[in-house]
Design a protein around this ligand. Structure first.
Ligand code: PMP
Length: 356
């Protein structure tokens, strides 16, 4: 590298200078329970025999077929749906379009903060209470005094796993509307949740936006997320959307999967929920760890030996997520297949037994 003449640090934007890249480290392992993916291996050929799309042409910039397939599934007009290269991209577009301040509770999905910083918008954080629920008064105060333009609520929340109280969310949506603030409810983990979600409220609150993704239900490799909102909001976001943000293969496979493969996807979701309940029960039986309730496809738990547990699990080939930099002594495990979960529990038991 010949960089002697170039002073990169002098030209990089201040907010980017302070940023650290998002770490999606590839750590070799046998059992991968760190990224909230579906554990059920799915190849394109499991879904579809042949993909006949012309690769010399750009993909449909509006992803019409995919939006129609989603529209049919969730019974929302396709005009109210926008597709992103993962919901990450849509979070980025929202901040590019509306700017800040951006308000979100902490701890939550780290990309809200990272994207805000890279776009250069101010962030406002509200601490969750001891049950990881929203602190209503705090949101009210911030809404009244700091005038945020966007609020992000992930419910079920990553990494805590719980849903936020719906009566609190409702009051926040109402006050946000009064204050001309948009509220984004991120339902990435909605498919695993026993509550209905916020789609029924879309007609009542024009400041409400929903975010969803196919990543958690078996299709993370396709990078398909979608946003649902009123058409005035969508027309503004369209101005910043890159024209060909979703590739043709992903559009085609996702459309086909939603039309012809959805019963299998639903079956996978049911299996994950059953396994989550088993895992919750087993984890709760260990004396020296604290387990938090989950409505998602992962479970947060705490142990004073979290670092050691993480390392020893990894040594036996099982990768989970060390969350201790966000929540003291905490670890997050994604629900795997029955066999994977059994191995995880067995390995964890051995580690905890050793300690006695
Ligand atoms: N929202 C939440 C709450 C998430 O946890 C994730 C993935 N970790 C995403 C959005 C992003 O999902 P994707 O970009 O894969 O659609």
């Amino acid at each position: 590298m010949f960089m002697r003449e170039l002073n990169i640090k002098a030209i990089v934007r201040q907010n980017v200078k302070k940023l650290k890249p998002y770490v999606a480290k590839e750590i070799p392992c046998r059992i991968k329970l760190d990224a909230n993916e579906s554990p059920f291996a799915l190849k394109i050929s499991d879904i579809i025999d042949e993909i006949s799309i012309p690769l010399n042409r750009y993909p449909d910039p509006e992803a019409k077929d995919l939006r129609k397939a989603i529209s049919k599934r969730i019974k929302v007009n396709f005009e109210n749906i926008m597709i992103g290269n993962g919901s990450d991209e849509l979070i980025y577009y929202l901040m590019l379009t509306f700017g800040g301040p951006v308000l979100y509770p902490v701890p939550t999905f780290s990309m809200y903060g990272i994207i805000a910083q890279s776009v250069g918008v101010e962030t406002l954080e509200s601490k969750l209470d001891e049950c990881f629920d929203l602190v209503e008064e705090d949101f009210f105060n911030i809404l009244k005094t700091k005038k945020p333009k966007l609020i992000f609520l992930s419910t079920p929340n990553n990494p805590t796993g719980n849903t936020f109280s719906s009566h609190k969310i409702l009051k926040i949506i109402e006050l946000a509307r009064e204050k001309n603030c948009l509220i984004v409810i991120d339902e990435a983990y909605g498919p695993f949740c026993s509550e209905k979600g916020y789609l029924p409220l879309l007609n009542d609150f024009e400041n409400l936006i929903l975010l969803r993704t196919l990543s958690k239900i078996g299709l993370a490799g396709l990078r398909i997320g979608y946003l649902i909102g009123n058409s005035d909001i969508l027309s503004e976001i369209k101005k910043v959307k890159l024209p060909y943000n979703v590739d043709a293969v992903s559009q085609y496979v996702a459309t086909y999967a939603l039309q012809n493969f959805y019963s299998r996807i639903k079956k996978f979701i049911r299996e994950v929920i059953t396994e989550r309940e088993n895992l919750l029960k087993k984890l709760s039986s260990f004396k020296n760890i604290t387990v938090y309730p989950s409505e998602a496809n992962f479970i947060l738990f705490k142990s004073t030996k979290s670092k050691e547990i993480y390392q020893k699990l990894l040594k036996s080939g099982i990768l989970i997520r060390d969350m201790s930099s966000t929540i003291k002594n905490s670890l997050r495990v994604t629900v795997g297949t029955k066999e994977e979960n059994e191995e995880f529990i067995k390995a964890l038991k051995n580690i905890l037994d050793e300690k006695k």
